[in-house]
Design a protein around this ligand. Structure first.
Ligand SMILES: [Zn+2]
Length: 328
């Protein structure tokens, strides 16, 4: 295959445009809503958590901004130093390290940012995916950070809040990326064994290996309105099957009807909803074991003492059966 660059003639594109006034160029700090065409300044967008105040369209939010939205009073980033290596020396249109470097220049260090914070007064660890970093793809660093986050939760006895936005496994890391599916599932099982809750928020889009692994394993699963939640996106399915899919295919509202999601929650209510659930599921005092653990320990101790007494009692019973005249 030749590697000739694709050239596009601007003149031809101009000719295609219907006659009429040229579209107004927005100032650099303004965004236009793709649904209702309302214009919002950067400060208005940030204040309204990047939700269109007119129609409720949810714009994409970066991981760090999301942590700012969730935290009561600042947050501490964990393991920002982890970086992906390139064991396959993978080159598609450009080498993998070049892609990583470009993504880093845009302001993030990986597709998952983990932070320690308090939400509505409840201590937790939040693992937030960022779609702007290589399509939020899951590679070795995402898997490792999530596994460490689960370890830290168990160590400190705190719940985990996970927010997903991903195109799936990172193809540049090949089978190593696919292995992260199993690794993240084990991390979630660790949380389950320790009786610590995991709250998952599915954000547009949550697809591929991320949806097929940890994203679908939360104890409580919320989704943002209109988010695409599916293994394959509609474009891929339509190209493969050559059939047109319904516009609501894979959307959060459809997944709610299918029972895959517990509730579709507007971003402006999300923090309060999560904090409320954390309050209900939280352990009563700091690092004390959960009531279920205490109950299990007590039951085990009772069973053990019964078992210790059993041989002697059994012996007495047996002797009574053998010599009934002695007891009479
Ligand atoms: Zn709008």
């Amino acid at each position: 295959m030749s590697k000739r660059p694709i050239t596009v003639s601007v003149d031809r594109l101009r000719r295609k445009r219907p006659d009429g006034p040229p579209p107004r160029r927005l100032p650099a700090d303004e965004r236009s809503c793709p649904k209702c065409q309302s214009h919002w300044r950067a400060d208005e967008m940030r204040r309204n958590l990047r939700v269109c105040a007119t129609c409720g369209h949810h714009f994409a939010v970066g991981a760090r901004e999301r942590l700012d939205q969730f935290a009561d009073d600042g947050w501490l980033e964990l393991w920002p130093e982890l970086r992906a290596s390139d064991p396959l020396q993978f080159v598609d249109l450009e080498p993998y390290p070049d892609r990583v470097e470009r993504a880093e220049r845009a302001g993030n260090n990986e597709a998952l940012v983990v932070g320690e914070l308090a939400m509505g007064g409840h201590e937790c660890i939040a693992a937030i995916m960022d779609f702007s970093y290589l399509g939020g793809s899951m590679g070795s660093v995402v898997g490792e950070k999530l596994a460490r986050a689960a370890d830290r939760c168990v160590e400190r006895g705190v719940p985990m809040v996970v927010l997903t936005a991903s195109g799936g496994a990172r193809m540049q890391e090949g089978v190593i990326a696919l292995m992260q599916m199993a690794k993240t599932v084990v991390a979630f099982e660790l949380m389950q064994d320790a009786e610590l809750p995991v709250i998952v928020v599915l954000v547009h889009p949550t697809t591929g290996g991320v949806w097929a692994s940890f994203a679908s394993l939360g104890d409580v699963t919320y989704a943002e309105p209109g988010a695409l939640i599916a293994f394959s996106g509609p474009r891929v399915i339509e190209q493969t099957t050559r059939e047109k899919l319904a516009p609501e295919f894979g959307r959060a509202e459809t997944q709610l009807l299918n029972g895959q999601v517990d509730a579709v929650v507007d971003r402006r209510e999300l923090k309060d909803r999560i904090a409320k659930v954390l309050g209900i599921l939280e352990r009563p005092t700091g690092l004390d074991p959960a009531p279920a653990v205490t109950w299990a320990q007590e039951t085990a101790e009772r069973a053990a003492s019964v078992a210790r007494g059993l041989p002697e009692r059994s012996r007495r019973l047996v002797s009574k059966v053998l010599k009934p005249e002695e007891g009479a």
